[in-house]
Design a protein around this ligand. Structure first.
Ligand code: SAM
Ligand code: SF4
Length: 345
């Protein structure tokens, strides 16, 4: 007689009030960074005291709760995730939660990094179960890189990118598009990514946090960039998706994907499947809204796993329909007061 194997039923993900399954959590593991990108941080930043930041064990506990509630993808971000002390301990623990592909456990663990520490970490990331990572690189010009990061050098980031490739990690380059800053570089970036086998994603600047500069000057609509790129490249429509908000094309000449993240010109909220956890345990249900839940307070009150799960469900039940990124041009104030390094983008 044939035995029927008792397969556990796939976990049904938590659904928000607008019918969106929440399967993707971005976790900021630190607010600190070794760079000061001009669109992301002010030059003088006041970083959080250690007691306010979740321990690696607390981060792991929250991640485990999300996985119990149907999360399939976790992206670690920051600040710069790879400057957090002992971050590999967390990455290894999360990597061990990658499931069997049968709807149980995590499907993907990934990272967004500035690449400065990647040369050191790439083999460990791969060994922990990561298969692809995003590296932020807005320019290939060393002087411009230093200008944009306020003091960074491009070499460690480039070295890190190639170490990741050598370790067997698929690399996607993220570049923030800035008017009059790197807008002449996209052809070069497409060519370079094509030559080395990387996908590329262009991102519109989002008005988040005081950065000590005028943001309206930086804003460059990607619809304009795309039509300019079409003069030189054949951009084929594709259904390719990575679970994030980017819309992808294939560059026929290089065979690589080119993505556009356009929060300002295109409302991608209707398919939003994600929430964001800051390193202090604040859960933001929307990058562009202030709705939040304090999971650190829940944890530090000694709540058990069932209570933690209930707190997360309650938060997701408050996920707003969409964001409202409009730069307050008259006062030149950001639409959202917190910095991108708080929620990790
Ligand atoms: N430090 C890591 C890095 O740079 O990749 C991870 C954190 S960083 C906040 C995540 C992403 O957000 C980066 O690709 C960065 O370029 C992007 N970013 C930061 N501030 C932004 C802003 N105001 N508008 C759009 N993207 C932004
Ligand atoms: Fe640091 Fe990333 Fe923000 Fe640049 S974008 S300052 S690397 S957190």
């Amino acid at each position: 007689m044939a035995h029927i194997l008792a397969m556990p039923a796939p976990i049904a993900p938590v659904i928000d009030p607008f019918g969106r399954a929440i399967t993707y959590v971005r976790i900021s593991v630190t607010d600190r960074c070794d760079l000061r990108c001009v669109y992301c941080m002010a030059e003088e930043m006041h970083f959080l005291p250690k007691k306010d930041v979740l321990t690696l064990e607390e981060l792991d506990r929250i991640a485990a709760a999300f996985i119990r509630l149907g999360t399939r993808k976790i992206r670690l971000t920051g600040g710069e995730p790879l400057v957090r002390r002992d971050v590999m301990r967390l990455i290894e623990r999360l990597g061990a939660r990658i499931g069997d592909g049968a709807g149980q456990g995590l499907e993907e663990l990934t990272l967004t990094t500035n690449g400065t520490q990647l040369a050191r970490f790439a083999p460990g990331l791969r060994a922990a179960g990561m298969r692809r990572i995003n590296v932020s690189l807005d320019t290939l010009d060393p002087a411009m890189f230093t200008l944009l990061t306020r003091w960074g050098k491009i070499e460690p980031t480039l070295e890190g990118i190639f170490a990741a490739k050598a370790a067997g990690l698929a690399v996607k380059i993220n570049a923030v598009a800035m008017k009059g800053v790197n807008e002449d570089e996209f052809d070069g970036l497409i060519e370079w990514c094509g030559a080395h086998g990387f996908d590329l994603c262009l991102i519109e600047t989002m008005p988040m946090g005081e950065i000590g500069e005028d943001r309206t000057e930086q804003y460059l609509p990607l619809s304009l960039v795309r039509s300019r790129l079409r003069r030189r490249w054949t951009l084929d429509e594709t259904d390719y998706r990575t679970g994030g908000p980017a819309r992808y094309f294939t560059v026929r000449e290089t065979g690589r994907h080119l993505g556009f993240i356009t929060p300002m010109t295109h409302n991608f909220c209707e398919s939003c499947n994600r929430v964001r956890l800051t390193c202090t345990g604040t859960l933001f249900m929307c990058l562009g809204q202030d709705d939040q839940a304090d999971l650190r307070a829940v944890l530090r009150a000694g709540t058990d796993d069932a209570g933690l799960d209930a707190a997360i469900r309650e938060a997701i039940a408050r996920k707003p329909k969409g964001h409202d990124f409009i730069i307050d041009r008259r006062h030149d104030r950001p639409a959202v007061g917190r910095h991108m390094s708080t929620t990790g983008g």
